[in-house]
Design a protein around this ligand. Structure first.
Ligand SMILES: *Cc1c(COP(=O)(O)O)cnc(C)c1O
Ligand SMILES: [Zn+2]
Length: 402
């Protein structure tokens, strides 16, 4: 299958010359826009079969759940690709939880089962490969811990230096330790993730590759989550895909993946995308339900990975919710902790931001958005070992209450 992409503005559609600057016309984020206009289900079936055969190959590109789909990614010279065999994503069926929630089916797609323990690897392999191909010597990002850990690992593999801007005192000890293990230089910034991102933007010199999710290569890798999910379900489209939202790159990317799968004839309909935010960091829920533009807030939540007050990809995410007739919902920190305890007790485990999905499902079911007949997939974004303080807090609480 031949897919053709053009780097364009995600809002006004203007063609862009460089991926690392906002649109020259309207200042919005760029995207790799699919140019194919003919659906071809027969060709799509043949392509899916070929990708499926690659799973048996020992070529590092084929061992990656991202590069297996390389015909659907921006073209990058094969010898510049930096991969850690990311993107082989388990889908765990949890029928006992589905029953408790009063829905037909529920499964967790665990993106924490990636080389550095979060979904950031799915996009980082593409962003660092693109930077490596372009000859960049340094990578930089703002991060609540997972982006920086992922960047640090892939940059180290590529022989690049890496710099992480992190909010002081706002990230888990495990994440800080992990990124330093890979040799990153850490710059602590007062305030929240948003302040770290603003500090990065002020410092960016055009020399270092910025690998936050404003980088459109990141989202191309992360869109493969949709393909991996469909592949694991033998191309049966679920009714809902539930994703936690912080900076909103991942929900945007997953929505894009499903839309491309539909446009290319790989599937016949879209699943509905639900974005879940923490109540103390829910500017997207607010703007979506009140039909306004973004009003930045100062974020407060135990779910540090989604503690973002001014999400950069809010326009992209809004378009994906609209296109899929999806939903947005906010959940409290107590609900996140309770959901985390349940996911742990199911033998799966995740970090707090990921548990927001299950808390969101409970809310959406109660509101009638998710129906009893629905088949739901929740996307777990980070590994249980990413935040051991949260695990101890939640387990102490559960054991005291039992
Ligand atoms: C980055 C991250 C998120 C938020 O993803 P966005 O793309 O910023 O919305 C959620 N959960 C985990 C574990 C993360 O690392
Ligand atoms: Zn534009």
């Amino acid at each position: 299958m031949i897919a053709r992409y053009e780097l364009r503005c995600s809002e006004c559609g203007a063609l862009a010359q460089r991926h690392d600057l906002p649109c020259a016309i309207c200042g919005e984020l760029l995207e790799f826009a699919l140019q194919n206009d003919a659906r071809d289900p027969a060709l799509a079936r043949a392509y899916i079969a070929m990708v499926s055969q690659r799973r048996a190959s020992n070529d590092p590109l084929d061992r990656s759940g991202i590069w297996r789909w390389r015909e659907l990614l921006p073209s990058i010279p094969v010898d510049a690709v930096v991969t850690l065999a990311e993107g082989n994503l388990p889908l765990y069926d949890v029928s006992a939880i589905a029953k408790r929630e009063g829905i037909a089916a529920l499964a967790f797609l665990h993106l924490g089962m990636n080389p550095t323990g979060s979904f950031k690897d799915l996009g980082m392999t593409v962003a660092i490969s693109a930077a490596h191909a372009a000859g960049a010597r340094r990578a930089i990002c703002a991060s609540t811990g997972n982006t920086a850990s992922s960047m640090a690992a892939y940059a180290a593999r590529a022989g690049m230096e890496a710099y992480a801007m992190v909010p002081r005192g706002k990230i888990s000890g495990a994440k800080l330790a992990q990124m330093r293990d890979y040799g990153v230089r850490v710059v602590e910034v007062e305030g929240s993730f948003d302040d770290a991102l603003a500090a990065l933007t002020a410092r960016a010199d055009g020399e270092a590759a910025v690998v936050n999710s404003i980088n459109p290569y990141r989202l191309e890798g992360q869109k493969c989550t949709a393909f991996a999910l469909l592949e694991a379900r033998s191309w049966r489209v679920p009714d809902w895909v539930v994703v936690p939202g912080g900076n909103l790159g991942n929900s945007s990317a997953i929505g894009k993946g499903f839309r491309e799968a539909l446009a290319l004839g790989m599937i016949e309909r879209l699943p509905r995308i639900a974005v879940v935010q923490a109540e103390g960091a829910a500017p997207f829920v607010r703007l979506y339900t009140s039909h306004t533009d973004l009003i930045p807030i100062v974020p407060h939540t135990v779910a540090s990975a989604i503690a973002v007050g001014a999400p950069k990809s809010w326009r992209k995410a809004r378009a994906e919710i609209d296109a899929s007739h999806g939903a947005v919902v906010a959940v409290s920190d107590d609900e996140i902790d309770a959901a985390k305890a349940r996911i742990g007790a199911a033998g799966i485990g995740c970090e707090p931001a990921s548990a927001a999905t299950l808390a969101g499902i409970t809310r959406l079911r109660a509101a009638g958005s998710i129906a009893t007949s629905d088949d739901v997939v929740a996307v777990l974004t980070g590994h249980v070992l990413k935040d051991s303080d949260a695990s101890l807090r939640v387990a102490d609480h559960r054991d005291a209450g039992a």
